[in-house]
Design a binder for this molecule. Structure first.
Ligand code: NAD
Ligand code: DAU
Length: 355
């Protein structure tokens, strides 16, 4: 028995793999292209563990996917690999179509061809778990009910559209071919190993360096925040007991405006670095908004809680405290990921943004 994970060197994938091996010794194959977001150092703790096999490659490489399936005969695939950053999708959508749409298509099509040849018992037991996002549902008004699994798709960014497209492919491969696939749609994750292009780690690192904290627009956009380890626990539950053909929304009951999030990061850093002359919040700078910026996301996670008994263990407050502490305790990891290519991205995204 083994499982295949795609994108396991990224933020959520690496947290998933590290958690996996704290609970199981079932072998796991990790297929990752190692884009700017993939970092083998995240998995350094697994060095020498024979149950972890790293396969460097693209989910869109059909020959490689076929070989991996034939060699390892996984009982499940957990598909994390994607281009994941909305701002990057605005600057350059092509890679998002290539990986999230075409890459996912090739992965599920190779999976289908291999799966169809399995003995009936193995076909029934097999799972393809597609890890997706709440952004496929679009944007909510301030009093709208939270997204449920029945909410219509209305993706607004190139990233969200590419994830929505992959969700539709997975759904169709279940409906048409019977592939035992499940989709999870999750809200904003935060926690260890998150690449500092995303809001929370960007704010922690900028604040520590005394750089401005760029809040888009009026800072009143709302996201629902979930600690990454709670997301990983939910994925494990869905993999073990989720029903093929179903979608499960995953969220943290943690709706916050971006301004609240940034203030909370600043307050924790004031505690951790009391010798700074002025409060970190003085670094907050409102900057030009993200084009097409979704106003609010919120998740109704009743279904996964009712069917699978999953609930987040962390509150936003406890999870954020641990996250800030992790970034403070891991300066080497930070130095490694904030290299030349990272600085170029920061320049590209934040130049001419002063409002
Ligand atoms: P990430 O950007 O940190 O990591 C993505 C990983 O995928 C990297 O290791 C990268 O090298 C790999 N990858 C990219 N293209 C690839 C390709 N063509 N072939 C093989 N590997 C490739 O992303 P993340 O934040 O860990 O997100 C993981 C998944 O979860 C994504 O599918 C994302 O859409 C989804 N998701 C993320 C969040 C969030 O808040 N981060 C929330 C909900 C859903
Ligand atoms: O909702 C789930 C999604 O959450 C995932 O599918 C995506 O992969 C993930 O990147 C995330 O998307 P967001 O666009 O919500 O995350 P991001 O961290 O980029 O931004 C969070 C909010 O903070 C958003 O409203 C934009 C705002 N923001 C972001 C950055 C980087 C700022 O105000 N300033 C910034 O510098």
């Amino acid at each position: 028995m083994s499982i295949l994970v795609t994108g396991g060197a990224g933020f959520i994938g690496s947290n998933f793999i590290l958690d996996w091996f704290t609970q199981s010794d079932e072998p796991l194959v990790n297929l990752d292209k190692l884009t700017y977001a993939g970092n083998p150092a995240n998995l350094a703790g697994l060095e020498g563990n024979p149950a972890h096999t790293f396969a460097h490659g693209d989910i869109g490489d059909r020959d490689l996917v076929r070989q991996l399936l034939e060699k390892h005969a996984p009982r499940a695939i957990v598909h994390f690999a994607a281009e994941s950053h909305v701002d990057r999708s605005i600057h350059g959508p092509a890679e998002f179509i290539r990986t999230n749409v075409v890459g996912s298509f090739r992965l599920i099509e190779e999976t289908r061809a291999w799966w169809q040849k399995l003995p009936q018992e193995n076909r029934d037991a097999f799972r393809f778990l597609h890890v997706s996002t709440d952004e496929v549902y679009g944007s909510l008004g301030p009093r709208d009910p939270a997204f449920s699994e029945a909410s219509p798709y209305a993706p607004n960014s190139p990233y969200a559209a590419s994830k929505a497209a992959s969700d539709h492919l997975v759904r169709a491969w279940h409906h048409t071919y019977g592939l035992p696939a499940i989709i999870t749609n999750c809200s904003n994750n935060y926690g260890p190993y998150q690449f500092p292009e995303k809001l929370i780690p960007l704010m922690i690192l900028n604040a520590l360096a005394g750089r401005p904290l760029p809040v888009y627009g009026d800072g009143a956009n709302v996201r629902d925040w979930l600690h990454v380890q709670d997301h990983c626990a939910a994925i494990r539950e869905v993999l073990a007991r989720g029903r093929p053909g179903e979608t499960y929304n995953i969220g943290g009951n943690g709706e916050k405006t971006n301004y609240e999030v940034v203030r909370a990061v600043c307050a924790l850093l004031d505690e951790a670095r009391p010798h700074r002359k002025s409060p970190h919040a003085e670094l907050i700078a409102f900057v030009k908004d993200r084009p097409g910026h979704d106003r609010r996301y919120a998740i109704d996670a009743t279904k996964i809680s009712r069917e699978l008994g999953w609930k987040p263990a962390e509150t936003f407050e406890s999870g954020l405290r641990k996250t800030v502490a992790w970034y403070l305790d891991n300066p080497e990891w930070v130095a490694h990921v904030t290299s030349g290519a990272y600085r170029k991205w920061i320049e590209l995204n934040y130049v001419n943004r002063e409002s």
